[in-house]
Design a protein around this ligand. Sequence first.
Ligand code: UDP
Length: 275
Amino acid sequence: MPVNSQPEATLAVSKQRASKSSAAALTTPYKRIVLKISGEALQGDLRFGIDPRILDDLARQIKEIRELGVQVTVVVGGGNIFRGMQTSSVTGMERATADYMGMLATAINGIALQDALERMHVHTRVQSAIEIAKVAEPYIRRRAIRHLEKGRVVIFVGGIGSPFFTTDTTAALRAMEIGADVVLKATNVDGVYSDDPAINHKAKRFTTISFLDVLKKGLKVMDATAVSLCMSGQVPIIVFNIRKAGNIKRVVCGEPVGTQVINRKGRAPHSVSGQ
Ligand code: UDP
């Protein structure tokens, strides 16, 4: 049976009841979130593509937070399969063409995530910013919101549908459009550092930092367009390590994991153990 046409009315009602009672038991500061998963995160230690164990673990964690009553959207990247700018500069391919290929790569990841979630009986919809009607709905803002209200996880693919942008910007834009409370940026590091922690061992992690400081210092959080969008829309970003078990749930439950990028002056960086 095609995933997008499952009979789900009865299941949805009982699931909503279940999720309401779990939500009452566990407090989460967020009603609606955008989770940004890069292609690199799905790739894990592989040289290319999707690590099936990481995919299943991610799906399990998403199921867990969904069951807390949080409305979950996921923006998936495509860097594990194809990066427009990189390919264009190495091969001479026209940048816009390469970027469209990159957008299609995000669709591959999104469909894989949908499959992993549906295997765990989580209802999902994939919405694409570029038309691929056989495998995904078109992105329609109000429809996405309706899916969320019905308890479905919505996976946004195809970026914003235009070349020269990134899926980070997509996450910021979708967050503003659907009125999300936060953008959760899953990465392979513990948060935002004063310098590259892989090179500079004295680099410190910020627990909180302002959007403006991120832009001024050129810190690698998300690209500048994404940060600026979140700043103007007052949507906080939390950067955290997806490789640490249970981190998505911790972040969603408001635990101080990773780095919060917010609209006020950030504190000076200080040493903390990785979370
Ligand atoms: N891309 C694009 N427009 C968008 C989003 C993505 O052209 O709105 C292309 C771009 O070529 C990019 C690729 O899709 O390199 C994969 O997206 P991204 O690099 O953001 O993925 P991630 O780094 O998160 O895996």
